[in-house]
Design a binder for this molecule. Structure first.
Ligand SMILES: Cc1ncc(C[n+]2csc(CCOP(=O)(O)OP(=O)(O)O)c2C)c(N)n1
Length: 313
């Protein structure tokens, strides 16, 4: 049974701002990409913003989030700035990975982004390692594994779920399930059902990942249990990818209805209906974000490329 949403204005606007930042930054990347100013492949997460915002609003800087190849949304929601993101995409020395990593290797330890892996499933065991380290040090942080549906086919996923459950580690597994591995639907790449698989090992919750309030509530409950010493939790977020697997072009698989499936529109409709968003507030938020993106792009374009010496620094 779905529960009615409860949220206050401040939190609602924060979620909206985060989702809009991800959307608008992604749209700008898509627009700039064909001009070859970016020195990296990009995997955009337009349509998937609610998962990033809903989960990451519960995370602290100390919590360690390990990403895969589709990084921009959760990295921004976790605290990465627009300047270091755009500078990294432009391959400049002011980027979060000094221009050496690109889109799939965003690095910002101060905001709990210790690294990511472009190997499908590669981030999962790293988050379990972070959870083990928190347990051994009696430290108060959580390891978060962020991965797509196809990563649940990897052997390391099973080993990680098993070990985290066995040792009751503080780990949140977030499966951002957009139903596809590149152009291959889940029915063609997985013989298992993700929830049934995860439930073998730990409490698992499935949530509509286009509904930020549902995702926010489910992630909050899972993290509260983990932080209380209850062991790992698995969050299965079903969402839609609006763009092609990689690059700047819209998805042509015919599975997205941009009105019905838009997480931002869903939240705005709810906030307006509840009297928490009024008049031109949403437009104002969008305009503020556009200015921040303009600033980040100008910063990136004016920054120097890295030198070989910087590798050793
Ligand atoms: C081990 C491995 N196999 C194949 C690839 C090529 N590859 C890159 S992304 C991708 C699809 C991944 O799908 P999913 O994990 O569901 O994430 P999504 O792209 O949908 O976010 C594949 C097959 C890879 N990077 N690593």
């Amino acid at each position: 049974m779905t529960r009615p949403h409860t949220i206050n204005r401040e939190r609602g606007l924060r979620l909206l701002r985060t989702m809009r930042t991800i959307r608008q930054a992604s749209e700008r990347i898509a627009a700039l990409y064909p001009s070859n100013v970016m020195e990296t492949p990009v995997h955009l997460c337009i349509g998937q913003e609610a998962v990033a915002a809903g989960v990451c609003h519960h995370l602290r800087d100390e919590d360690k989030l390990f990403l895969g190849h589709r990084t921009h949304g959760p990295a921004l929601a976790k605290g990465l700035g627009l300047r270091p993101l755009f500078a990294e995409l432009y391959g400049r020395s002011t980027g979060c990975s000094r221009g050496f990593g690109g889109s799939m290797h965003l690095f910002d330890p101060a905001h709990g982004l210790p690294g990511s892996s472009a190997i499908v499933g590669g981030s999962i065991a790293l988050a379990v390692g972070a959870g083990l380290s928190a347990q051994l040090q009696r430290a108060d942080f959580v390891g978060v594994a962020w991965f797509g549906d196809a990563a649940t086919n990897a052997g390391v996923c099973y080993e990680s779920l098993n070990f985290a459950a066995l040792r009751k580690l503080p780990v949140l597994f977030v499966c951002e399930d957009n139903g596809y591995s590149n152009v291959m639907p889940k029915s063609a790449h997985s013989a298992h059902d993700i929830e049934s698989l995860a439930k073998v090992f730990m409490p698992t919750v499935a949530v509509d990942g286009t509904d930020v309030l549902a995702t926010f509530a489910a992630a909050g409950e899972a993290l509260t249990a983990i932080r209380a010493g209850g062991g790992p939790r698995f969050l299965h977020c079903k969402t839609k990818r609006w763009m092609k697997h990689q690059g700047h072009e819209p998805c042509d698989l015919g599975v997205v209805d941009r009105d019905r499936d838009c997480p931002i529109q869903k939240l705005e409709t709810f906030l307006r209906g509840s009297g928490l968003l009024q008049g031109a507030e949403s437009t104002q938020i969008a305009q503020d974000i556009e200015r921040e993106i303009d600033d980040a792009i100008a910063f990136a374009a004016a920054s120097p490329f890295p030198t070989p010496e910087l590798l050793e620094a």
